[in-house]
Design a protein around this ligand. Structure first.
Ligand code: PLP
Length: 418
């Protein structure tokens, strides 16, 4: 059964019926190597509920056309779906206006957009502050800007728990700081950063803040007005929507002042060979034919998440995290990398005497999908002096039983490899 406002009501808030949720995700019924699939790789990408699959299917069967251009019926339908999804996202993150919701390919493109647009105005010696726990997508674009423009990249350190050192962070903010760009939740460690405090400190010095929300939006309610950040970016595919669609939220006044990222169709009002007048927000930043089917899926994912309830999702995942942490602590030789006090449901593990890649392979044979590697956060691995970790990252359709199976598989890996 699909979760809708009718089927999941506030009255069952106390009992999180995970089996009912699981029934909404057809792929969870797959078997892996003859075992029931335990999908614990949600930080990499999430699975899709039937409602999202149906929305994409429906789009191609009944609504497919290009947006904004045609007056014919299908074009109107496609535009309605696309702009309707934008309005849903606006409400979901509580943006003031749909003009502040720019569709992009994903978090990576959202950060690159800001780096190439806002960043184009930076000068040699200007500074961008990031943290040691960033995903590569919030490191490399700024390094590229450093190489092109001579800006300085400052990196706020973390401690052994994987928490941001807030004193050191504050000390990095200065006259030349043009932007603070940090992750809301770390994909490699699960750390939830104190983003309100980060924003308060930055705003105290008139510094704009970009938050990478890729790992936050799927797991807890996000309110961009309450946060008061200048930019917030996230990926559809990590929040139960298709790949190739994501969101850059930006404060309207700032977006208005920023030059377009890419040029082409869709982002113009008028073109002659002499000059171009750009389209209004948010279209100014959406050059070319967009991912309309992806937007249809994203709109459906947002409706689905609203029906389940972000507060309930956050509470349930927190229970899973607590349980998984306790169980992992009892696995001989296992050590959790990332023990922040405020943590999302990410369990990055190293096992004495066993390489993370071997863990991944052995665990996979038991039907458990986890990710082994650096998780696109090599500086985090360097800080903890590990080559890689095996990471279980949870979603609200995961169960205690799946965590038990992960722990059993780790025990088995130790038995056969050490
Ligand atoms: C914290 C964080 N930022 C950015 C990204 C990049 O997201 P995408 O590949 O969807 O652009 C990821 C993906 O794992 C992530 O976890």
């Amino acid at each position: 059964m699909n979760a809708t406002a009718e089927t999941v009501t506030k009255s069952d808030a106390a009992v999180f019926d995970v089996e009912r949720i699981r029934a909404d995700f057809p792929i969870l019924a797959e078997r892996a190597h003859g075992q029931p699939l335990a999908y614990l790789d949600n930080a990499a990408t999430s699975q899709k509920p039937q409602a999202v699959i149906d929305a994409v299917n429906h789009y191609y069967r009944h609504q497919n056309a290009n947006v904004h251009r045609g007056v014919h019926l299908l074009s109107e339908r496609a535009t309605e779906v696309y702009e309707g999804a934008r309005d849903r996202v606006r409400d979901f993150i509580n943006a003031r206006s749909s003009r502040e919701v720019v569709f992009v390919r994903g978090t990576t493109e959202g950060i690159n957009l800001v780096a190439h647009s806002l960043g184009r105005g930076f000068r040699k010696g200007d500074e961008v502050v990031i943290s040691h726990m960033e995903h590569h997508s919030n490191i490399v674009p700024w390094q590229q800007l450093r190489d092109q423009l001579g800006i300085v990249l400052k990196v706020a350190p973390i401690n052994q728990a994987g928490e941001l050192d807030m004193e050191a962070f504050e000390a990095l903010l200065g006259e030349r700081t043009k932007l603070v760009s940090v992750t809301h939740v770390s994909n490699a460690l699960g750390t939830i950063n104190p983003v309100r405090r980060i924003i308060e400190l930055a705003h105290g010095r008139d510094i704009p803040v970009l938050l990478d929300g890729a790992q936050a939006v799927p797991h807890a309610g996000v309110d961009v007005q309450a946060l008061d950040c200048e930019f917030y970016v996230f990926s559809g595919h990590k929040m139960f929507a298709p790949t190739g669609i994501g969101v850059l939220y930006g404060k309207e006044a700032l977006l208005e002042r920023m030059p377009p990222f890419q040029g082409g169709g869709e982002m113009i009002k008028m073109v002659t060979f002499d000059r171009t007048v750009y389209a209004e927000l948010p279209h100014k930043f959406e050059a070319g034919t967009p991912n309309i089917a992806g937007a249809a899926g994203l709109g459906a994912a947002v409706a689905y998440l609203n029906a389940v309830g972000m507060d309930r999702i956050a509470a349930y995942e927190h229970q899973l995290l607590t349980y998984g942490t306790e169980q992992l602590q009892q696995v001989p030789g296992a050590r959790i990398i990332g023990t922040a006090r405020d943590k999302a449901a990410v369990l990055s593990v190293v096992l004495d005497g066993v390489h993370a890649h071997d863990i991944g392979t052995i665990v996979d044979r038991k039907g458990v999908a986890v990710r082994s590697g650096h998780h696109c956060a090599m500086p985090v691995m360097q800080f903890f002096k590990v080559a890689a970790t095996a990471r279980a990252s949870l979603a609200f359709y995961n169960t205690r039983d799946e965590l038990d199976r992960f722990c059993d598989a780790l025990r088995y890996a130790r038995e056969v490899l050490v």
